[in-house]
Each structure stands twice: as structure tokens, then as C-alpha cells.
Design a protein around this ligand. Structure first.
Ligand SMILES: Cc1ncc(COP(=O)(O)O)c(C=O)c1O
Length: 370
């Protein structure tokens, strides 16, 4: 089976992990945590990094740090991971959804403005699969209406928007370091900000809101701390971010070459006017003429030994939110189509040329006769 993801851990990972074990620093108190925070903050051009235990925890921390009130609304894409909406709902706030663009798969600025109400407090932008959200209209709306921006750059390590690093645009921005990310710590995440007060608040929230008088709490926080072991991996991975970006871009371009003449599959866009695709994952969408859906294509590819993953399932179609009375009768046709017709091919950092050739041959076989 060609796995859908396999990380590359052949830099300084073992050495730095060895240092943790040799020195006994394995908890969140160890020195790699600060090094990793400073390293990513510097790479993205932010003042502060607050490392946490995963990207979902980073979103929870970021939303909690904004001190939103119950009933406040946060605009976000329907086509994303559940962590985004969960972080909003858990604070008693209301996620207000927008559909995505059929070509970039990202939320579109012109759809956002129609969703702004007097209760809107923030926009959560989520960069999807390799291309960033077109940030200029979002930044203009945030300025015009006095809204905060939470930027979910979980998938966007090393990507830029108009030459500026993704992760620089949010009042609070978040990254994930799950093993399918360009930089991995096994499990891990980070919140980035330039605001010292927000940074301090995130640090407090991640550490149970401990105060000066130990074990006395004015507020409930979380234990979202990242360990020194995770951060040691992160420091080693971050050293190679530039190389990883080049590697992934080459992979994306190679897949696009290999699949160029396959009928019935829409391939990811190589570039927009504001960014080159970073191909976090190599997603494909079955054209409407194809008589089977993504689930069937994935089943057939699995039979040929190819690992795949489905696209996100939209937030407005999640049973958990429907049961809460959210998103009643809301329809977002672009996201619904992507969820049913999109999936991604093996895209891990360790993927080889011969594996890509094998994957492309399998896709051709599955699509043959369409
Ligand atoms: C856009 C986006 N946000 C958040 C997350 C959550 O990150 P984690 O899996 O580290 O909790 C992911 C995970 O892949 C993601 O793709």
C-alpha cells in the first residue's frame, strides 16, 4: 500500500530527541519549546509563538483568547475541519458559514460581506490544501467592520500570500504539526500573534490559567502544553522548511504532469495571481460526468494499493451541529460538491518518484473508460 502520508524525519530529529532524553527535559519546561516558538514566529514574521499540543487546541486557545460573548458570531468557511467550528461553538458563539470558491476551494471575500451582522465579531479564515485565501478583501472587511481575524494556517507552512508569509495576517494565527504537515512534531500546534496581551493570554489559557498564587484560579484554562520532545522534532523539522516547500511543490507539479491527460479529474490550480500552490495535499475532484463519486474512486484505488483521504465534509452537513439546531436548511453547493467528488492522493514528504508514477497509473486505470 502506498500510504497517503509518510513524514521525512532524517535530519536532526534523532539528535535533538536524544538531547531531551540525555538531559531529562521531556516536559513542556524544556528548552526546545521556546526555541521552536521563536523559530516559527521568526519564519512567519510574528512577535510571539505559543506552542500547544495540536492544531485544534491552537484554535480553541485563539478563540478563547478573544473573549467573545455568548451569541457573538464568527464567520468561517463551511469547507474545513470540524476543529474550526468546534472552537467557536464551545465558547457559546455562533459559526456563520460561507461557501467556497470552486477553483481554489477557499472561502471567497464577496460571500463574506453578505454574512456580516451587528453580532459579527470575527472572521476565521482557513487556507485550504495548498492555496491561501485571497486575503486582501478579507482584511478590508475586517478593517471596515472592526472585526478580528483568526487565521487558520494549519496547512500553510512556508506558503505566502502576495509574497507575505501565511500566518502573518491574523490577530491570532494558528498552525498544526500533525505528521501530514510540512513541519511535524507528531502532534502539535502553535498560536502566533504580535499582540503582547493576546500572547500572554494564550500562554495562560494553555497552562490551566495558573496564577501567581499556585492552584488558585480566576478562570478556567486548558492543559494544552507542548512537550520538549515534540518541540525537539519541531526545531529539527523547521530547519528544513525551505527544502520541504521545494520538495512538495515539485511533487505537486509532477502529479499534475502525470495526470494531465486523464479524463474526468479536475486537478488543483498551480497558481493564482497572489500565490503559487504549495500542495499541502494533492487533491483531485471528479468531474460531474464521472458516473461514480469520490468514495467509489477511493475504494477502487485502495484495491490497487493506493492510500487516499476524502475531502472535508462541510460543517452545515455535520450531524453534531444539526442536532444543536445550527445551519438549518442552509445549503452551500460548492462545498457539497467538493465533499462528494474530491479526495486526495498520497502526498507525504517521503513520497518517491516511482510511487507517484504508480499512483498516477492507478488513477488512470480507475478513470479508464470514463
Ligand atoms: C485547516 C486545519 N485546521 C486545523 C487542523 C487541526 O489540526 P490538528 O490535527 O493538529 O488538531 C487541521 C488538521 O489537519 C487543518 O487541516
Amino acid at each position: 500500500m502506498i500510504p497517503v502520508n509518510e513524514p521525512l524525519l532524517d535530519g536532526n530529529e534523532k539528535r535533538y530527541l536524544g538531547e531531551c532524553i540525555d538531559t531529562g527535559w521531556i516536559s513542556s519546561e524544556g528548552p526546545f519549546v521556546g526555541r521552536f516558538e521563536e523559530g516559527l514566529a521568526a519564519a512567519v514574521g510574528r512577535r510571539f509563538g505559543i506552542a500547544v499540543c495540536n492544531g485544534s487546541a491552537a484554535l480553541e486557545t485563539a478563540v478563547a483568547a478573544l473573549d467573545l460573548q455568548p451569541g457573538d458570531e464568527v464567520i468561517m468557511p463551511t469547507f474545513t475541519i470540524v476543529s474550526c467550528a468546534a472552537a467557536i461553538v464551545r465558547r457559546g458563539c455562533v459559526p456563520v458559514l460561507v461557501d467556497c470558491d470552486p477553483v481554489t476551494w477557499n472561502m471567497a471575500g464577496e460571500r463574506i460581506e453578505t454574512r456580516i451582522t451587528p453580532r459579527t465579531r470575527a472572521i476565521m479564515v482557513v487556507h485550504i490544501y495548498g492555496l491561501p485565501v485571497d486575503m486582501a478583501p478579507v482584511l478590508a472587511l475586517a478593517e471596515q467592520y472592526g472585526l478580528k481575524i483568526i487565521e487558520d494556517a494549519a496547512e500553510m507552512h512556508g506558503q505566502t500570500y502576495q509574497g507575505r508569509p501565511c500566518g502573518i495576517f491574523g490577530d491570532l494565527s494558528v498552525f498544526s504539526f500533525y505528521p501530514n504537515k510540512h513541519v511535524t512534531t507528531g502532534e502539535g500546534g502553535m498560536v502566533l500573534t504580535d499582540d503582547p496581551a493576546l500572547a500572554e493570554r494564550c500562554r495562560s489559557l494553555r497552562n490551566l490559567c495558573f496564577q501567581k498564587k499556585r492552584f488558585v484560579h480566576e478562570e478556567l484554562g486548558f492543559n494544552f502544553r507542548m512537550t520538549n520532545l515534540q518541540a525537539a522534532l519541531g526545531v529539527a523539522q523547521l530547519e528544513r522548511l525551505g527544502e520541504f516547500v521545494v520538495r512538495k511543490r515539485r511533487m505537486g507539479e509532477r502529479y499534475s504532469q502525470l495526470l494531465a491527460d486523464v479524463q474526468g479529474v479536475e486537478l488543483p490550480l498551480a497558481r493564482t495571481s497572489y500565490a503559487e500552490n504549495i500542495y499541502w495535499v494533492y487533491g483531485v475532484v471528479l468531474a460531474d460526468v464521472v458516473p461514480f463519486d469520490a468514495a467509489e474512486a477511493m475504494r477502487r484505488l485502495a484495491e490497487l494499493g493506493i492510500g487516499t483521504r476524502p475531502f472535508f465534509w462541510p460543517m452545515h452537513e455535520q450531524p453534531v451541529f444539526r442536532r444543536m439546531g445550527l445551519f438549518n436548511n442552509e445549503r452551500y453547493p460548492v462545498a457539497e460538491r467538493l465533499a462528494r467528488r474530491g479526495f486526495y492522493l498520497p502526498s507525504g514528504m517521503a513520497l518517491t518518484e516511482s510511487q507517484m508514477v504508480e499512483v498516477a497509473a492507478a488513477v488512470k486505470k480507475v478513470m479508464g473508460g470514463v
